[in-house]
Design a protein around this ligand. Structure first.
Ligand SMILES: Cc1cc2nc3c(=O)[nH]c(=O)nc-3n(C[C@H](O)[C@H](O)[C@H](O)COP(=O)(O)OP(=O)(O)OC[C@H]3O[C@@H](n4cnc5c(N)ncnc54)[C@H](O)[C@@H]3O)c2cc1C
Length: 812
């Protein structure tokens, strides 16, 4: 297709936001921006609206997802379409005959039951039906071999063009403008912080550029110097001729989500539509999406999806004899984890991404709403780190992206278990001790691109499931060893920053909510406050000397946090530098931690000379280290950080000294168990911008008598009553532990909150979870039920952490 038309009306010279791309996502963002008050927002589309992936989508809609926040967004989207029709008079072509979800395996059943429990928590419509009921709902399906069936009455499909146009009409009604046939040719940041968006029809100056260019998101990103980790693939579905049994029905059939069969199926006209994510993925336009590509499709290649088709035929025998009327083989564009790249780009203030959308019709409304909140109000109302464009750094290059996209596509419908590690595209970032850890039997996980040990047991390969896996015992051995003797944990993937210069203390005080340590050798814990007053991060800040501080925070959030740090200008002569790559670190923890370190250093490690929460520069095994007397395990311990070039020397020495006292390497799965035993929260799980400090128990770390980033936002929430509070619970569980996301109910079935972290406490021999619960339900001993595996498990609220509530081990 070529662009034969030009922009219909004159472009404005200014706009509050310029959305690039008139697919379903761009139009939804424009609609929601205008609805939130940015009525002079503009959308530029190089051709007709829907000219990317949007026009040919099967446009199925689903409400439930493994992630609670994504379910909430999808739920919003599904209810929006009818409202949008009423508001705009534009049909969205909504059919909601319901969706049937089939489980053929035990794990799939557990997944569906967990989703059903979440639906109960959020008041969403999703419930189990009997086989008889399912046969009545969909007489064409053979339910043999299906062990559990859920029904979502609001499931169905929409008309992709109808939805996109309804957003467009709605946006225009609020005053926003859409210019079709207006390709964007440049996006240039200006010294005053604004952007110039260039087109052949003129330029627009704007504070916000939104890249919603779908299949062309890479090319549009490149106009601003961005290399986005995205890659398109082909994707096929076919539509059958009329099936008599369907033609004879006086109602529409529900769609069928038979994910174990790896296809999707729904009624289309008087036939069926079947789509598949096949194993043999075909990439498209690897070197770049052609500018002239438009309403084109690829040649049919049904052979490629034959296996999936055969499974669909076995389930719906009517498919076998029906002719195929139409095949759609079109492109869609993927990120390395198949989730959206959403949010402001930290290095490019005023540049917002909404790219790499796969289930655009299940999610368009939620994405538009949250994107608009993010720009207009500073932050979305839901924690969206799982979608944040900042979760990938420059380490997610072309090779990694290609390998991951192939894996994501081929396993689209596989169950993605909590804590699952996927091998594709690795390793991308490894530190010098990687090979040595491998020799020690390590199984590795991926954290912001870094390989890091999960546990050490060469005889027990990694596996994933909702229930306890074989490595559960290996992890238990490490956790017990640390509590009994000691353990050495590689903590190199924590993010580390150095702030140095005469203005370092002032700058840190202006960023963080706690007061920075005044004396060298002192440390403080501090929250970073988000733009809605919640917890955007938690850090340990240590004053090394008069003008030098070291800041330690979440490794996976390094790029995300840069967006906050950049908001506070550095004083003249003061330097901020990421040391994450340059520094490595180990946590030596457990009752014998002092004895291990003392063998390797002349520094006095006694309580009197090196008390809890202090730091010193010491030499360990001849390696110059910054040592902090802290440990996320809740035990006596030191973090020792060194230059990465000394990592091998330090690790070897620590392991050797450890051997003498029965200590060895410990991985991050044991660390999870150890910190939950102590009730310590972790950012990204238990702390997030969605939670206020008084809900997370971090309010005591905020100093109201000084200014800090987003203090005004905090002041607006400070005195509000907590909605839910972070609480430790003990679960009566024997085959599976909570992992995060499980809803919590009172024994009468009233929902009161949700688990954020869970683990078995091997030392205290209890299955534990950190949960956010309604404040009136957190009296110690309160009986609750947790939906582990989607089934009610008895549990009780704990008043104190089961490990060392007085902190004597830490201070020992
Ligand atoms: C075969 C198939 C079946 C699918 N089935 C489903 C389904 O059942 N359910 C579901 O939810 N999703 C489905 N999808 C996915 C869905 O189509 C996408 O998630 C969605 O369309 C993505 O929309 P978008 O707005 O992000 O991108 P796009 O639709 O690609 O839109 C991007 C727009 O940006 C414009 N643009 C590009 N460059 C410029 C520029 N320089 N200047 C101005 N404008 C520009 C393009 O012309 C285009 O209109 C399917 C996709 C395929 C391929």
């Amino acid at each position: 297709m070529t662009q034969t038309k030009t922009s219909e009306t004159k472009l404005p010279s200014h706009a509050q936001a310029v959305v690039i791309g008139g697919g379903v996502i761009g139009c939804s963002i424009l609609y929601h921006l205008a609805k939130l008050g940015w009525t002079d927002a503009v959308l530029l589309e190089r051709s007709e609206l829907t000219s990317g992936s949007t026009w040919h989508a099967a446009a199925n809609i689903h409400g439930l997802h493994d992630s609670s926040n994504i379910s909430r967004m999808q739920h919003y989207t599904m209810s929006l379409y009818k409202e949008l029709e009423a508001e705009t008079g534009q049909s969205c072509g909504v059919f909601q005959p319901g969706s049937l979800y089939l489980a053929q395996t035990e794990a799939r059943e557990q997944q569906l039951r967990l989703q059903e429990a979440k639906a109960r928590r959020y008041g969403m419509n999703f419930h189990e039906v009997s086989r008889d009921e399912a046969e009545r709902l969909h007489p064409l399906v053979d339910f043999d071999g299906v062990r559990c069936i859920m029904f979502e009455p609001d499931g169905g499909n929409v008309d992709p063009s109808g939805v996109t146009n309804a957003y467009a009409v709605g946006a225009r009604q609020y005053g926003a403008a859409i210019h079709r046939f207006t390709p964007v040719t440049g996006t240039e940041p200006q010294p005053d912080g604004s952007w110039i968006v260039r087109t052949d029809a003129g330029d627009i100056r704007t504070p916000w550029v939104i890249n919603a260019a779908g299949l062309w998101a890479r090319e549009v990103g490149a106009l601003a110097g961005l290399e986005l980790p995205l890659l398109p693939t082909e994707h096929q579905y076919f539509v059958t001729e009329t099936i008599d049994a369907i033609a004879a029905m006086d109602r529409r059939l529900p769609s069928v989500a038979d994910r174990d069969g790896e296809y999707y199926l729904r009624q289309e006209g008087q036939g069926l539509l079947v789509g598949a994510y096949e194993k043999d993925v075909r990439f498209w336009a690897e070197q770049g999406t052609p500018q002239g590509f438009g309403h084109e499709l690829f040649p049919d290649d049904l052979e490629r999806i034959e296996d999936n088709m055969m499974r669909a035929i076995a389930r719906v025998p009517a498919l076998e004899t029906s002719g195929i009327k139409r095949v759609i083989n079109g492109p869609m564009i993927w990120s390395p984890d198949s989730s959206l790249l959403l949010g402001p780009v930290p290095e490019k203030p005023g540049y917002f991404c909404a790219c790499g959308m796969i289930p655009g019709f299940s999610q368009s409304g939620g994405v538009g709403k949250l994107a608009a909140e993010w720009m207009v109000e500073g932050e979305p109302t839901l924690d969206l780190f799982a979608w944040d464009v900042a979760r990938f750094g420059s380490w997610a290059g072309k090779g990694f992206t290609k390998a991951r996209v192939a894996d994501q596509y081929a396993n689209r419908f596989k169950i993605h278990f909590p804590g699952e590690e996927r091998e594709a595209g690795r390793p991308v970032r490894a530190r010098p001790v990687h090979a040595m850890q491998k020799e020690l039997g390590a199984t590795f996980g991926l954290n912001y691109g870094w390989e890091h040990p999960l546990y050490f047991d060469a005889d027990t390969p990694d596996s994933a499931g909702f229930t306890r896996q074989p490595w559960w015992d290996s992890v238990g051995r490490e956790a017990r060893m640390l509590r009994q003797n000691a353990g050495i944990i590689d903590i190199s993937n924590f993010a580390k920053y150095e702030v140095a210069g005469p203005g370092a203390e002032d700058w840190l005080n202006a960023v963080f909510a706690n007061r920075m340590p005044r004396l060298p050798g002192r440390s403080c814990l501090t929250p970073l406050i988000g733009r809605r007053g919640g917890i955007a991060g938690d850090f340990t800040v240590t004053r090394l000397d008069e003008e030098t501080f070291i800041v330690i925070g979440s490794g996976m959030a390094e790029r995300y946090h840069q967006g906050f740090f950049r908001e506070v200008p550095l004083p003249e002569g003061t330097r901020f530098e990421s040391k994450t790559e340059q520094m490595a670190g180990f946590n030596v923890a457990g009752p014998q931690a002092r004895s291990i370190l003392q063998r390797l250093t002349n520094a006095d490690l006694s309580n009197a000379a090196f008390p809890f929460f202090r730091s010193q520069r010491i030499t360990v095994a001849g390696v110059s280290c910054t040592a902090l007397r802290v440990s996320f395990t809740g035990d006596l311990g030191w973090e020792v950080h060194c230059d990465v070039s000394d990592q091998m020397t330090l690790y070897s020495a620590l392991l050797e000294a450890g051997r003498d006292v029965g200590a060895g390497p410990v991985g991050s799965r044991a660390l999870m168990s150890l910190r939950v035993e102590k009730g310590y929260g972790s950012w990204g799980r238990d702390y997030s911008p969605e939670w206020w400090p008084q809900e997370s128990g971090l309010d005591g770390l905020i100093r109201a008598d000084k200014d800090f980033l987003n203090k005004d936002a905090w002041l607006t929430v400070r005195d509000q009553p907590a909605r839910e509070v972070m609480t430790l619970i003990e679960i009566d569980a024997t085959t599976a532990d909570a992992t995060g996301g499980e809803p919590v109910f009172l024994p009468d079935g009233t929902p009161i909150g949700q688990v954020t972290s869970g683990a078995f406490g091997y030392h205290v021999e209890k299955s534990l979870a950190i949960a956010y619960l309604r404040p009136d339900c957190v009296t110690p001993g309160q009986a609750v039920e947790v939906a582990v595996l989607g089934k009610a498990h008895q549990a009780k609220v704990l008043g104190d952490p089961p490990l060392d509530p007085e902190g004597t081990r830490l201070r020992g």
